[in-house]
Design a binder for this molecule. Sequence first.
Ligand code: ADP
Ligand code: MG
Length: 728
Amino acid sequence: MSKLRFDAIEQAFKKHAVEVEAPAGRPSEYFGELVFNREKMQKYLDAKTLKALLDCIDNGKHLDRTIADGVAAGMKQWAMEHGVTHCCHWFQPLTETTAEKHDSFMEYDWKGGMIEEFEGKSLVQQEPDASSFPSGGIRATFEARGYTAWDPTSPVFILDDCLCIPTVFISYTGEALDYKAPLKKALKAVSDAAVPVCQLFDPKVTKVQSNLGWEQEYFLVDDALYSARPDLIATGRTLMGHGSSKNQQMDDHYFGQIPTRVQAFMKDLEIQGHRLGIPMKTRHNEVAPNQFEFAPIFGETNLAVDQNMLIMGVMKKVARKHGFRVLLHEKPFDGINGSGKHNNWSLSTNTGVILLAPGKDPMSNLQFVTFFVNILMAVKRHGALLKASIASATNAHRLGANEAPPAIVSAFLGKTMTDVLRKLLTVSDDTDIVIAGKQAYDLGLVEIPEIFVDNTDRNRTSPFAFTGNRFEFRAVGSKANCSSAMTTLNAMVAEQLIDFKAAVDKELAAGESVKVAVMKTLKPIIAEIIDTVCFDGNGYSDEWPKEAQKRGLDIERCVPKMFLENVKPEAVEMFTKLGIYSQQELHARNEVKFETYIKLVQIEARVLGDLAINHIIPAATTYQSTLLKNVAMMKSLFPTQWEDLAAHELAIIKKIAGYNADIKNKVDAMVEKRKIANKLEDGYEKALHYYEIAESFAAIRRPIDKLEEIVDDNIWPMPKYRELLWIR
Ligand code: ADP
Ligand code: MG
C-alpha cells in the first residue's frame, strides 16, 4: 500500500550532492553573459541605433521601426553566437507565473531554403491569444486578442535556446492584463511626484528611481518524497501531516551549516543567476528545517521584479537537477515557519542620493525626513490597500501566524527616528536637522546619530520596518509577483507626495522659505502618524489587534474582504488620478483575484477530501482490521481474559472508528458547502463561501494527524513530516 513512500525514502537516503559545472572565469567575468546589456549593445549595434535605443531606455523616447530593425539584427547576431534558435515575448499574466510562447528564427528564404530571421516587428510587438489568461471579464466585453509589447527598460536575456524579450501584456483595447504594465505606470507616477519635492532641495534632480531588493525564502524537499505527496504536487503545501518531533525548536537551522546537497544547488543557482545578470549576493539557511533564503543586491524596481520572476522559474529547473523540488508556497508545512519575500524598498535620485537616508547637511536631512514622513503618511492612508496588494489564499496562512507580520499594516521606525519625529514636533519651524556629534553643544537642534544605517534596531514583527536607508515590506508572499505590492506602494507614495507638494506650495506662495514651508507642512503629518500607524511594539502580541483597532488601523483577516479595498472609492480615485489603473481594470482585476482565490481553495478542498477518504481512512481501517483480528483471536484463545488482554487494542480500534467517522462527516459537510458555493454567480459572494470552506480544513486535518500518530507506520501511505523535512 505504501510502497511509494518506502521507495521514496530509500531513494532520498541514497542521494548525494550533484557536481556543479562552473563556467570559466570569475563570477564577475561571466556575470550578465546571457543578457543583452549595455556592453552588448555597444558591441552589436551601430552608433545611431545605440543612441536611439539608449534614448528610449533612459528617456522614454519612441523607437521607430527602422531603429527597431537595427536593434533586432544586433540581438539576433549576439543570440545566435550563443546557439539560440528561438525567441519569445516573456510576460507576467495575472497567474503569478511567467508566460512565453517560443517562435523559431526560421523563415523561408524564397530560394528553396531556410534562413534565420528576427525583425524589429517581432521584437516590438506580438499578438498572443489572450483568451486563456485571466482577464476578469475584460476579454468577454471586448476581444480575445491581446498584445505583448517590448519593455526596453528590462534587458533581453537568453534562457536555454530562447531569446526572451520582457514585455507588457495588454488587451486589444489597451487594458493591462499583466503585472508589468501597471507597475511601470506606478514607477513613472512616483518619479513624477517625487521630482518636484526633490527640486525644493536640489534643482538638478530630474528623475527619481524606485529601488527593490527582495529576499526570497523557499523550502526544498527531496524530489522522490515530493512525488509521493499528492497534496504537495497539486497545491504546493501539505494539507495534512503530524508535526515532526524535532522541528525548529532548537533554533539550530537558522544560519546553520548548509547541507552539502543544498549547497550544490545554491551554487548552481547562483551561477545561473549571475549569468543572467542577477546580482545574487546572500544565501543562508532560514528558520525552519529545509527552509533557505537568497537575496541579490537591490536594483531598479521593474528590473528587480523581472529578475525575481525569472529566478523563481530557474530555481525550479535547477532544483530538479539536484533531485529537489522547490516549494515557493507561503506555508508548505503546518507548525513551522512559512516563507515570505521581504521587499526592501527605497527611492533614489538621478543625482545619486538615496532619499531614505540622512544626508550631509541640514537641508538634505530635511529632505530625508520629508520622504520618510510622507511614506509613513501614505501607509497610514492606505494601509488596508497595501495589505490587499499582498493578500492571497496562500499568503493568508502565513500572515498573522506569529512568525510573519501580523495582518495589520503598521510601520516600525526604531527609537532613533521616533525620537527625531517627536522632537520635530516641539521645535520651531526654522530649526536645522543635523547629524549628532558634529556640533560642540546641544543647540536645541534635531539630531540624527552619525552611525545611522548600522544603528537602526531590528523588529521582526513589523510588516513595514525602517532599516536605515530603506523600508522593508515584509508581508509579501514568497511566491508572489512583487509587482502587485510595488505598484500599490509606489502609487500610494506618489499620491501623498503630490498632496504634500501642493501644501508646501501654498506656504511658499505665502512667502515662507523652503525650510519653513516644508517644516510647517510636515508637522501636522507627523502628529497624525506618530501614534497611529507608527508602532514599535510586539506585532505578535494578543493585545496588538485590539490596540490597532483603537488606533483606527485595519485588522481584517478575511482575504476576500481584503480584496474589496482595491475598489473602494479612495483606491479608485488614487489609481485613476495617477493613471495606473482605470476603474474597469480595478474591477476586472478583483474578479481575477476572487476567481483565483476560489480555485485555489477548491483544489485544496478536493485534494484534502480525496486523500482523507481514499488514503487515510483506508489505511486506518486496514490497521483497525489487523487489531480486530488480533482481538478476535485473543477472544477464542483466552475466553475469560481477552477483554483485559486486548484493552489497548480495543481502545485503538474505537479511537480509529471515532476519527474515521469524524473525518467522513467533516468531509461530507465540506462537500455540501462547496455545492452551495458553486451555485453562486457573484465572485465576491462565492469567495466568501470558499473562505469558510478554507477555514474548515484545520478541523478535518486534526483527526487525520491524530490517526498518523496511532496507525502502524508500515502502512501509513504518505511521507511524514519527519521524512520530508530533513535533507540528508
Ligand atoms: P536582512 O538582514 O534584512 O535579511 P539581506 O542582506 O538578506 O538583509 O537583504 C537585504 C536586501 O536589501 C538586499 O537585497 C539589499 O541589496 C537590499 N537593500 C539594501 N539597501 C537598500 C536600499 N537602499 N533600497 C532598497 N534595497 C536595499
Ligand atoms: Mg535576509
